[in-house]
Design a protein around this ligand. Structure first.
Ligand code: IMP
Length: 454
């Protein structure tokens, strides 16, 4: 069977930890979209692994697959694999031949466009990894795929076609001086070598048939979504989105398996008990703000909201895994989660970071929005309208800080009563059962109510 793990909010919900928690039962862990813009932290036996491309399951000795829906930076891929090897692991990573390749010029163009947009305050706040420009080339039918890397002649041909266009874009449209990131000969040399290594290590696969065979053989397959529903290019708050589909449908198109395969399994929504956001865009339940990211927030503010945001940010370690940027912080947003539940068809939820909120007198939740005098229970389709939404809050009594490891050992009933009330409210509102509650960063610090593979 399959279990699909999807971020229900804006990314950074703690998906990696959940993949790791249930990954034991999985034989294969597959990423179906995104690239090295993701930041997955996995803690194993006190050792922390920060991965941005290699599927988290690799830490546990599973087969990790990067599906065709991914964009792959081979430099990052091999760096992560080599680092894991140095730390005594032996990751088995396969890469779809249909996946697209990120080149240095994609990264440069990502930065150039963000810079240009920033002149009119329109920047997205991307991770600068070249994700958007690579997907642009994919859809524009000029992308280089992993399958081309292992075919040097084809690689050269494609680079000779595409690189002059990129060079012209940088120089003539944006007026930027460019470097060897746009040089066909050196790109060819570097990427041909990546292709050689991919071939030597037998890493490339045709993802669809590969996975179908594994399923036929009775293997358990986990799809590991990166980013989150509200930064999905279709279902998120466009244009403040990533350029792929982190939502559950992406697990089918991004791997080469049918939607029935994904829908026939479990789809678990990962929820952070509050909300964080990296980059720009609306966030109706935001507390305080982050200068440079929160729209219209030009100067560091003061007051209770700001203090609360700082408290949660510090307690939760809410700094970007990839970029180190402070994340924007806010209360849980139920209209967002209702939207997410519909888009993804969640069959279960994992609510993380419940321990981070411990010790607060009260905890709030954005229950619905007010928009032009109307009460909304889900997210409006345009980002501008979403930005106009005012949250209607519900207030819950806070819960005490406890020995969370002991709670994890004892089970759900050991979670403080007020926290259980909060969790019950979320589950009732979404009409989805809670499968797990994260009460600390380690794998052991999760309360499991239901194992989706059983
Ligand atoms: P990109 O994916 O680098 O193009 O960035 C597009 C938007 O998605 C920006 O707002 C990023 O901050 C956001 N984003 C991309 N990856 C992640 C992630 O793993 N967690 C949270 N936000 C992300």
């Amino acid at each position: 069977m399959t279990v699909t793990i999807v971020g229900s909010q804006l990314g950074d919900e703690g998906k990696g930890g959940i993949v790791d928690l249930w990954g034991d039962a999985a034989d294969v862990v597959v990423r179906y979209q995104g690239g090295d813009n993701a930041g997955h932290t996995v803690v194993e036996g006190g050792t922390e692994y920060k991965l941005s491309l290699v599927p988290s399951g690799a830490v546990r000795g599973k087969v990790g697959v990067l599906g065709n829906g991914c964009v792959v930076n081979p430099a990052t891929l091999f760096e992560e694999i080599d680092d894991l090897r140095e730390r005594g692991l032996d990751p088995d990573v396969r890469v779809a031949r249909r996946a697209h390749v990120i080149f240095p010029y994609h990264r440069v163009l990502d930065g150039i466009e963000e810079e240009a947009k920033s002149e009119s305050d329109q920047e997205v706040g991307t991770t600068g990894r070249g994700i958007g420009p690579t997907y642009e080339d994919k859809v524009g039918r000029r992308g280089v795929r992993v399958g081309d890397l292992v075919d040097p002649e084809r690689l050269r041909e494609k680079l000779e076609y595409v690189v002059p266009q990129k060079r012209a874009l940088a120089e003539d449209v944006f007026g930027v001086d460019i470097g060897e990131e746009f040089d066909v000969a050196s790109l060819y040399e570097e990427y041909r070598r990546y292709g050689e290594r991919l071939r030597e290590e037998r890493m490339t696969v045709d993802a669809g048939p590969f996975l179908a065979d594994r399923l036929d053989a009775g293997d358990e397959v986990m799809f590991e979504g990166a980013q989150g529903t509200l930064i999905d290019v279709d279902h998120g708050n466009y244009p403040y989105v990533t350029s792929s589909n982190p939502t559950a449908g992406g697990a089918a198109t991004g791997t080469g398996l049918g939607p029935g395969v994904v829908g026939g399994g479990e789809v678990v929504g990962i929820v952070k008990a509050y909300l964080t956001r990296v980059g720009s865009g609306p966030m109706p339940t935001e507390l305080g703000g982050v200068v440079g990211d929160t729209p219209g927030y030009d100067e560091q503010g003061e007051g209770d909201d700001e203090e609360l945001a700082t408290y949660v940010r510090e307690e939760g370690g809410e700094y970007g895994t990839v970029t180190g940027r402070p994340r924007r912080v806010g209360w849980l947003d139920l209209p967002m989660l209702r939207h997410s539940t519909r888009v993804n068809g969640f069959t279960g939820l994992a609510v993380n970071h419940v321990d981070v909120l411990a010790g607060l007198d009260e905890v709030q939740v954005g229950h619905s929005y007010d928009l032009d005098g109307e009460e909304l229970f889900t997210v409006p389709a345009t980002t501008e309208r979403w930005g106009d939404c005012e949250p209607n809050f519900r207030t819950f009594d806070g819960w005490e800080d406890v020995d969370w490891s002991a709670v994890a050992e004892t089970g759900y009933d050991a979670i403080p009563e007020n926290a259980r009330e909060y969790l019950g409210y979320v589950s009732d509102q979404l009409d989805v059962p809670i499968y797990a509650v994260g009460v600390g960063p380690n794998r052991e610090e999760s309360v499991v109510l239901e194992d989706p593979f059983e």
